[in-house]
Write a protein that binds this ligand. Structure first.
Ligand SMILES: [Zn+2]
Length: 450
């Protein structure tokens, strides 16, 4: 297989390119004169920058609409190429890799995922991610315009942000981050993949617009994320959202975290399948369990009722501590629907303090198994208010002004032209194809708040 060979773009040129791309994103197609007025680059530098972007395929020339009106040909306008890459999200789940790519126009270029055997070595998983990205975006030219790669991995992360540059404190993951940086060429940011799914659901999915939300994913692992006051909570040592390791059964099974009877030991896909078989159910995989549920198999329904109750009690306890307005449940097990979610709702209703019981809403996740990769895109862009308490990615080094730049630089009083867009600035928002999520309102109790 052909390997990506990252093209080295000098930091100064990369800064200029981002400035031009930012202007085209903010204002739409512009001619060279309009670009020159807004970015303050010298004519030579702007010419070189635009040539580089045209060659890279990030920018295309737009045919002028109007015929000449006696003053020569209308100026050629430049526009963003919707097919060029802007940000990549990669979710390294336990048994699959999912990728989402955002274009320079903030449109999702595509998403793709592929399952793999559990325990696949990291180099093979990174190679799989490369192959998926290549399938989405074609050759390597898009990497010139890549703003960053947001990567989700399993487990808490304590490491520094741009691990590809700084080196991670998370042991084995530092090698992974370095490998990803080498392959993809942009800044690589790592975070917990379930928290990234929570970020995506809160940005574009079932909890979009909600300032206080709790997300739970029931998959081969069980995890979650907390949005409090419009901010994604990361917590000391990156532990926030490890809902799967809340103990629910002191006499339960050992958990891979070292604890006993964690929620993950009863509510992960494997745990539910094991319990189903132990009770006499016949089915080795999720499709078999789904079929049993649809056939109203009493063993399956009884088991899901119990598991749902345990999940609901944990959510009620967390809800009383955190105060979410919305709880979103995702992961493959959530696809079992009412036989699992109705017991969750009942236990949540029974355990939540009355004042929140009136207002708390339980929803199925909207973004499916690509939510973690979408969250990676949001992380790579770094522009969501949800990330305002996250450490900002290390900025690109300031461009060194060359001789051709000196006049423009002197006038502007600084070496780096800044894009007209950025964190907190008014700008186009990334657009995602959304599905509607079924809403399961928690029933309204009558007791007054205590
Ligand atoms: Zn555990």
């Amino acid at each position: 297989m052909r390997q990506f060979t990252p093209e080295v773009v000098p930091p100064a040129r990369r800064g200029h390119e981002q400035a031009v791309l930012g202007l085209l994103r903010a204002y739409g197609p512009l001619n060279r004169g309009e670009l020159s007025q807004r970015c303050g680059l010298s004519r030579t530098t702007l010419h070189d920058t635009i040539s580089g972007l045209l060659t890279a395929g990030a920018v295309v020339t737009a045919t002028p609409d109007e015929a000449p009106r006696g003053r020569g040909r209308p100026a050629e306008r430049l526009a963003l190429n919707p097919a060029a890459g802007q940000a990549l999200g990669i979710d390294f789940a336990r048994r699959a890799v999912h990728v989402a790519a955002l274009g320079v126009t903030y449109e999702i270029v595509g998403t793709v995922g592929e399952a793999h055997a559990p325990g696949l070595p990291w180099p093979d998983r990174v190679a799989l991610a490369e192959r998926l990205v290549r399938g989405l975006l074609g050759g390597g030219l898009w990497r010139r315009t890549l703003k960053g790669v947001g990567v989700g991995v399993v487990g808490p992360l304590t490491g520094a942000w741009d691990q590809a540059r700084n080196g991670s404190r998370d042991g084995a993951l530092s090698g992974v981050a370095a490998l990803l940086g080498e392959r993809f060429g942009g800044p690589v940011l790592l975070d917990n993949n379930t928290r990234l799914a929570a970020l995506a659901e809160s940005t574009w999915g079932a909890a979009a617009g909600d300032q206080d939300a709790l997300y739970l994913r029931l998959s081969y692992g069980v995890g979650g994320g907390v949005v409090a006051g419009g901010v994604l909570h990361r917590g000391a040592d990156g532990v926030s959202g490890e809902i799967g390791h809340v103990p629910v059964d002191p006499a339960g099974r050992p958990c891979e975290c070292g604890g006993t009877g964690c929620l993950e030991t009863v509510a992960s896909i494997r745990a539910v399948l094991d319990a189903y078989r132990a009770r006499g159910g016949r089915g080795d995989d999720l499709p078999a369990l789904t079929a049993a549920v649809e056939a109203r198999d009493p063993i399956a329904l009884g088991l899901l009722s119990e598991v749902g109750g345990q999940i609901g009690r944990v959510l009620a306890a967390l809800s009383n501590a955190i105060g979410p307005r919305v709880i979103v449940i995702g992961g493959e097990l959530a696809e079992l629907g009412a036989p699992l979610l109705e017991p969750v709702r009942k236990a949540l209703d029974a355990g939540a303090v009355p004042i929140s019981r009136h207002r708390l809403t339980l929803r199925r996740a909207a973004l499916g198994d690509v939510a973690g990769a979408f969250g990676g895109v949001a992380l790579a862009l770094g522009e969501s208010p949800l990330l305002s308490r996250y450490p900002a990615p290390e900025p690109e080094p300031e461009p060194e002004p060359g001789p051709a730049d000196s006049r423009a630089v002197g006038r502007r009083g600084g070496p780096a032209p800044r894009p007209a867009v950025g964190r907190g600035a008014a700008q186009a928002r990334p657009r995602l194809p959304l599905t509607t999520s079924p809403s399961l309102p928690v029933s309204r109790g009558r007791r007054a708040a205590s």
